[in-house]
Write a protein that binds this ligand. Structure first.
Ligand SMILES: [Fe+2]
Length: 179
């Protein structure tokens, strides 16, 4: 068992955050932009426990397979529809000792407007807008997001290929590491 760190919110609290900010977006309390060249995102809250982001996704904008550096998270789709491809299987390696490859498979999950998803600190997924209409979502991470790892799936195994310090949630992957 991994106890919840002292500076972490529970998954329920994270979902409360994204639902609350999603309600604010629905009421028009946040300006939303969309940028087909570079996915638009803005941080709407940050403290020691949690950071909360608004993201818009134009057609075909998405991430690559990634984790959140040990942060747990939640996201609520406010508008449009997102397709989440989630790793189902062994947990992502979180330490060098545990970098051994884990078997599993990818599962596509359609996330409709109004839907909220939560995930723990070892969750690995890819999020994409495969629709023509712009999608808008609210994301929260606890502890606040600072690190992401990117993965390939090779022969049914999850293989870490890159890491990045980031304050850009659902970021595109950095250039492939040499090693
Ligand atoms: Fe993510």
């Amino acid at each position: 068992m991994h106890p919840t760190p002292a500076h972490s919110l529970t998954l329920e609290e994270l979902a409360d955050w994204t639902r609350r900010v999603a309600d604010q977006v629905q009421r028009g309390e946040h300006e939303i932009r969309a940028d087909a060249d570079e996915r638009w995102h803005i941080r709407v809250h940050c403290d020691d426990m949690v950071d909360v982001w608004l993201i818009s996704w134009t057609a075909d904008q998405g991430t690559e397979l990634h984790d959140h550096g040990g942060s747990a998270g939640a996201f609520t789709v406010v508008q449009g529809r997102l397709t989440e491809t989630a790793w189902a299987g062994g947990v992502a390696p979180s330490t060098d000792r545990a970098r051994s490859r884990r078997t599993g498979h990818l599962t596509d999950l359609v996330r409709e407007a109004g839907e909220t998803s939560v995930f723990g600190g070892h969750y690995v997924h890819d999020v994409r807008n495969v629709e023509d209409a712009v999608a808008v979502s609210v994301h929260a991470y606890s502890p606040p997001l600072s690190r992401m790892h990117f993965y390939d799936v090779e022969a049914g195994r999850l293989v870490r290929r890159a890491s990045a310090w980031t304050d850009d949630p659902e970021a595109p992957a950095p250039a492939r590491e040499a090693s």
